[in-house]
Ligand binder design. Structure first.
Ligand code: ADP
Length: 517
């Protein structure tokens, strides 16, 4: 047994490396910069912890969250490995004590927040000690193209300037190719070895459904068919987290809410209750996320549309970290997309607005698509995989009765055409349903031949038809999500091609409509 294997077994207690771990460890030991993209649960920590035990100096780990650092430091100390953190949550005395230990080369690991690198004094201390290498955890935070840009991470572009001879090992669970390139250039990595795991979690069964009313019945049905399992339910608002947790308790489930509005003490309590299994289901806003090292989370439910596929992939990735079969379930509605859009319009500065809207669009397209869910996620991250065939609702639903909606599709396309391909889905539906909306009247669209021609169908049915046309690329979304008809769309418009839609898609649209009345 070589030394690496010995440490893997004796110290970390694992018999074998998981995919990529050994290659990453070797590259670090060979003094190369590395950028590793491994899914949540892939075992990133071991990749950067193991090499340190074969080196003389200290490894500096830069991590965005105090809770995450605390967990890691504790886990290392439990293994009898000397690790400390320097952060705003420690007292000044504690931090300077740690600095002294660093200078005396008494630590194997020090965890720090990225903002420390704005302090010249801190940088000067690091320059005096023997650093094995820097680790940048959650490295996607460095990129504006990612889903979680953090301004403090921008400072890290100076690492190579201050420490030109020290290698950097960057890790993240989610990065498109563009984000990957951006991370490497923002950190000034030199000839970095890139490792990218396949974007597929083959122990996750994915199901996505339009939400009917507030979705509570759907959640209960899901829980009934996945009895006795523990999991996380993500909600859009804190209020909804509270009410859903209460609802579950009243239905006999052990459940608690978790969100940023709770006191630190309550949050700790919920966190511990979940980890120690006094509570089976935590209903949370996204605040309950990074840093959960609980490997037997068996399901993750989203009660509304997540912001981006990156967020979604990271959140569902928290299920089944132990490799056992786990279940993820997403409920969405067109209205969620509208709410999210408003959020983006309000919150994000201009340069990221467009990216935010495009990412949201991709998230919504994922929901309404008929294609393999695993494949859509993979292709979003620019990875090619085969259809899962057995692990998602779209692959396993079998033959569904098809409804011929060609005539409705013609009406829809005609409305797009007659309004000069300058409007989005909602406006087109307003025309078809004969709305008196001000914008529509201003454009004189009540004079169009198609005005009111689709009043016999509900709004949601029209949305389902529009979604289908976009999914099969009969219409494309242009800038500002304006609908543009392409060649296939023209054929449908002329009656040369049919449009068929799954009966259940229309059926659910009707049910959604009824529940809103
Ligand atoms: P990540 O940071 O990539 O989400 P972690 O480093 O937290 O993942 O590892 C996830 C889980 O997998 C942990 O419980 C860890 O102990 C376990 N693990 C890591 N490497 C191995 C391995 N080679 N064999 C078995 N379990 C492993």
């Amino acid at each position: 047994m070589n030394k690496k294997q010995q440490i893997l077994k004796d110290i970390f207690g694992h018999d074998n490396f998981r995919s990529f771990q050994e290659e990453v460890v070797d590259s670090i030991l060979n003094k190369q910069d590395v950028l590793t993209i491994l899914p949540t649960g892939g075992g990133k920590s071991l990749c950067y912890q193991l090499p340190t035990l074969l080196m003389d100096g200290v490894t500096v780990v830069i991590s965005p969250l105090i809770a995450l650092m605390q967990d890691q430091v504790k886990a290392l100390n439990d293994l009898d490995i000397k690790a400390q953190m320097i952060s705003s949550s420690q007292s000044n005395d504690e931090n300077s004590f740690t600095m002294q230990k660093l200078l005396a080369n008494e630590l194997k690991f020090v965890y720090v927040a990225p903002e420390r690198f704005t302090s010249n004094e801190f940088v000067a201390v690091l320059q005096r000690i023997n650093i094995n290498y820097f680790v940048i955890d959650e490295a996607h935070c460095v990129s504006g193209w990612g889903h979680e840009f953090r301004a403090e991470y921008r400072n890290l572009n100076r690492l190579k300037q201050f420490f030109p001879d020290t290698n950097i090992a960057a890790f993240t669970a989610t990065a498109t190719k563009r984000v990957e390139t951006d991370i490497a250039s923002s950190l000034n990595l030199v000839n970095a070895k890139h490792f990218r795991a396949k974007t597929q979690r083959d122990n996750l069964e994915i199901k996505v459904e339009p939400r009917i009313a507030n979705g509570k019945n759907q959640i209960i049905n899901f829980l009934k068919s996945h009895k006795g399992l523990c999991g996380i339910i993500y909600t859009f608002t804190r209020k909804e987290a509270e009410s859903t947790a209460q609802f579950l308790v009243s239905n006999g489930y052990k459940s608690k809410a978790y969100h940023a509005g709770l006191s630190a003490q309550v949050k700790d309590e919920v966190f511990n209750d979940f980890v120690y299994e006094n509570v089976d289901i935590v209903v949370a806003t996204i605040a309950f996320g990074m840093g959960i090292d609980k490997s037997n989370i068996r399901f993750v439910i989203h009660t509304s549309l997540p912001k981006t596929l990156e967020n979604y992939y990271q959140e569902i990735g928290r299920a089944g970290r132990d490799g056992a079969m786990s279940y993820v379930y997403l409920l969405y509605s067109k209205g969620d997309e509208v709410k999210r859009k408003l959020q983006i319009e309000d919150a994000i500065d201009d340069s990221y607005k467009q990216t935010g809207l495009d990412k949201l669009e991709a998230m919504y397209r994922y929901c309404v698509s008929n294609n393999c869910r695993h494949k859509i996620i993979a292709s979003y991250f620019e990875d090619e995989i085969d259809e899962c065939k057995i692990l998602c609702d779209n692959c396993t639903k079998g033959e569904i009765e098809q409804v011929d909606v060609s005539v409705d599709a013609q009406k829809f396309l005609s409305a797009v055409y007659r309004s000069e391909q300058r409007f989005g889905t909602n406006h087109i539906i307003d025309i078809l349903r004969g709305s008196k909306n001000q914008k529509l009247l201003e454009f004189g669209h009540d004079k169009l031949k198609v005005y009111g021609l689709g009043a016999n169908k509900s709004k949601n049915e029209w949305v389902a038809i529009a979604d289908k046309l976009i999914d099969i690329q009969a219409i494309n979304l242009g800038e500002f999500r304006v609908l543009k008809i392409n060649a296939l769309g023209m054929e449908i418009l002329k009656g040369n091609e049919k449009l068929l839609i799954d009966e259940d898609k229309l059926g659910i649209a009707v049910k959604q409509e009824q529940s809103q009345e």
